[in-house]
Design a protein around this ligand. Structure first.
Ligand code: ZN
Length: 274
């Protein structure tokens, strides 16, 4: 991280009474780094360590919170619609994560990383996705998701999506208004009834719930098959005859894909792949 990426308020160690204008929801005076350290220490908050896409980078929630705890900005991803670079995670969101953990245990699948809609609030460090609440994956049948969203709204989230909203059947999306000051101290909404602002198309990467929970054998084989097919596609678009080593790799990948398909068919029947 270069010095200009340092979170500007990270070095401040304000005593709580110095932040007299903070509201009761405001973890009075805490800096982003302090809040991030509290999140790391809170066992009710689980942080994703890889993206649902399978891409590995340093913009996963565990690394973003760790960077914030060190007084650095959080990395963003550089694939798909993601813009790359870094961003400060918003204090309002970090405070809300800690407040939510007073009521729920939950798993965060994305913060500023991953690939979402162009212009998504994720890239501004003001949105989070949750794939599991109190040990249960988010779905229409999860008994906690509605109250979780309500609590998020009472903590200032103005863009809230979950089961029933397109693309959000398996995760909750909470986003805060874009900050009006660089330090993220924009006022909380006057009331929880503030209209959800839906000016943006919202699609999040975390379509598969909790990416860290092991899936069924079939699900894992399907992911392997997707990787192999991706590799076959990559090799086949080079636009020329394959070099001998490329052809050997193509043959190996093709054979592996064949066997994975066979395994999938054996486990779940031929309809699985139709
Ligand atoms: Zn989201």
């Amino acid at each position: 991280m270069s010095p200009e990426n340092t979170n500007e308020d990270a070095a401040l160690e304000l005593p709580s009474e110095s932040a007299g204008d903070a509201g009761p929801e405001n973890q009075v005076g805490a800096t982003a780094a302090q809040l991030a350290r509290q999140i790391l220490a809170n066992h009710r908050i689980s942080l994703g360590s890889r993206h649902p896409s399978g891409v590995q980078d340093n913009a996963t929630p565990d690394r973003e919170i760790a960077a914030t705890a060190r007084g650095e900005q959080a990395a963003r991803s550089s694939y798909g619609a993601a813009p790359g670079g870094t961003v400060a995670l918003d204090r309002r969101m970090l405070q809300a994560i800690l407040k939510l953990a007073e009521t729920y245990s939950f798993h965060i699948t994305e913060l500023a990383g991953g690939s979402h809609s162009a212009g998504s609030r994720h890239y501004a460090g003001i949105a989070l996705d949750v794939g599991r609440i109190n040990g249960s994956r988010v779905s229409a049948g999860n008994p906690h998701w509605r109250a979780f969203i309500q609590k998020g709204r009472s903590l200032g989230a103005t863009q809230t999506l979950g089961p029933g909203d397109p693309g959000h059947s398996t995760h909750i999306h909470l986003a805060w208004p874009r900050a009006t000051t660089p330090s993220g101290d924009a006022a909380l909404p006057e009331s929880a009834s503030e209209a959800v602002d839906m000016e943006e198309a919202v699609c999040c990467e975390a379509e598969d719930g909790d990416p860290d929970a092991p899936g069924s054998a079939e699900e894992q084989l399907e992911s392997v098959l997707a990787v192999l097919e991706g590799e076959r596609a990559r090799l086949s678009i080079v636009g020329r005859s394959l070099l001998p080593e490329e052809q050997a790799r193509m043959d190996a990948v093709t054979a592996a894909a064949f066997h994975v398909r066979e395994a999938l068919t054996a486990l779940s029947g031929p309809d699985r792949l139709s």
